[in-house]
Write a protein that binds this ligand. Structure first.
Ligand code: HEM
Length: 433
């Protein structure tokens, strides 16, 4: 499969720099504009002259993550009550439910001395949260949904890369693989919807989870296409984003023992409260700082695509209708004018100072969850998933990267740790086996 791979130099993902220099082209045939300036990012994310366009929609469907205009507004209206902005703890119980399964994976690895695949285990965990909290169904701890989901993501990453870098041609084998992955994903989406419908029939109501609301309000008039598009969108939005951040977070702590020790001390001192909901409510300053610093260096949504809806000027550039713009979160998060030592892992930069709470140097200097009308719906779920998993893992285990697997990244629709990265897990206070 055509997936862009990259070594990580310190923390720098080399391929991102190379991509910008490479001369990407949008479907219009004209160059892609990479936005690396926070003020321009704000313009693109807020103004109606830029919308999601056709690129991603053409292969991922017209769900909430890829649509815009009236269609998107309607879908956001349907889903918003399942992600109430004033109730950040709405999905906390789903996260707490999935945590023991994740911890047991680490326990088992520590007990047996076997290595653990970071990408698989973190995505297994976030998929369980997503299915329970958003799709209204519980998966077992050892569920096998990971392969179909990861391979589908690889496929859309490959199609996207080949669309904007025409020299990266997809050969016949890749096309066959992509088709197979897409149909495996279609089957998974159908299954998921069927299970939800059956559950609703049993209980005579659809519940307040996002899928229940979608089934009820989008309905079947279009042969179920609308419902399936939303499920695909939610899977893309909610599965690999958080899991990859958690993966990078564990890898950064493994590579920065001083940060790990400081975090262990904070957790051991119980400044975050006992294990459970209290620790999720934002009272662990260094834990939060580690999460933010990971999201700064490795934002899973490393660029946000938009297309110009009409000829428009952006800074010193004139864009034509349909020109493609990449709001380059990954580049802005490391811009030397905005960040001291931009490539260093320095969680302490996010700690409150003598003047009070930390403030970003610009509203769009740090925006891992996007901004404007498409601000991430799942940001509170994601923050709970990250804080609680990081706390529970660091509290119990020391995680080290297996030396034979160099730190690498893959750049698809999301930025992720290399699939082959494996870690060794030791119960804290015990000597490695
Ligand atoms: C660390 C984890 C996550 C990150 C960094 C993240 C980031 C983002 C970003 C940048 C966008 C805006 C995309 C754009 O402007 O085109 C977005 C949208 C979205 N995210 Fe997240 N996300 C995360 C986790 C989640 C989770 C767990 C869910 C669901 C449970 C979710 C659901 C959504 C949805 C539905 C949208 C579309 C919103 C709209 O267009 O109205 N996200 N996310």
């Amino acid at each position: 499969m055509l997936i862009l791979q990259s070594e990580i130099d310190g923390t720098r993902v080399r391929a991102i720099d190379e991509l910008v220099a490479r001369g990407a082209r949008g479907p219009s045939g004209r160059p892609v504009t990479f936005v690396e300036d926070p003020s321009r990012a704000e313009v693109v994310l807020h103004r109606p002259e830029f919308d999601r366009g056709r690129l991603a929609r053409s292969f991922c469907g017209n769900g909430i993550l890829f649509s815009d205009g009236e269609h998107w507004r309607e879908r956001r209206r349907i889903m918003q009550p399942s992600f109430p902005p004033r109730d950040p703890d709405h999905h906390l119980q789903d996260v707490m439910w999935a945590i023991p399964g994740l911890v047991r994976k680490f326990e088992a690895a520590a007990a047996s001395g076997a290595t653990l695949g970071v990408v698989e285990e973190t995505v297994r965990y976030t998929v369980r949260v997503l299915y329970r909290g958003v799709f209204g169904q519980e998966l077992p701890e050892d569920h096998d949904r990971i392969k179909v989901i990861l391979e589908y993501f690889d496929s859309i990453g490959g199609v996207l890369a080949a669309t904007i870098f025409p020299e990266l041609k997809l050969d016949g084998r890749s096309m066959t693989e992509i088709r197979m992955n897409a149909s495996a994903m279609d089957a998974e989406v159908d299954r998921l919807v069927e299970v939800r419908r059956a559950g609703a029939a049993d209980s005579a109501e659809n519940g307040n989870d996002a899928l229940g609301r979608i089934i009820e309000q989008v309905g079947d008039a279009d042969g179920g296409v609308g419902v399936r598009d939303e499920v695909r969108s939610l899977l893309v939005a909610g599965a690999e984003t958080t899991s990859n951040t958690l993966g990078f977070l564990l890898l950064m702590l493994a590579a920065h023992p001083e940060a790990r020790t400081r975090l262990e001390r904070e957790i051991d001192a119980g400044s975050n409260g006992a294990s459970g909901a209290s620790g999720a409510s934002g009272t662990s300053p260094f834990l939060d700082a580690v999460v933010f610093e990971t999201l700064r260096l490795f934002p899973p949504v490393w660029f946000q695509t938009r297309e110009a809806t009409a000829p428009v000027t952006l800074g010193d550039r004139r864009l034509e209708k349909d020109d493609l713009v990449f709001v380059s979160t990954a580049l802005i998060h490391r811009h030397p004018d905005l960040w001291a030592e931009p490539d260093s892992f320095m969680p302490e930069r996010f700690l409150p100072g003598s003047e009070g709470a930390w403030q970003p140097p610009h509203r769009y200097a740090f925006f891992p969850f996007g901004g404007g009308r498409h601000l991430c719906l799942g940001r509170h779920v994601a923050m709970h998933e990250l804080r609680i998993a990081a706390r529970e893992i660091v509290r119990r285990f020391q995680v080290d990267i297996v030396e034979s697997t160099p730190l690498a990244a893959e750049l698809g629709v999301v930025l992720k740790p290399g699939r082959k990265i494996r870690v060794r897990v030791v119960e804290r206070g015990r000597t490695p086996r």
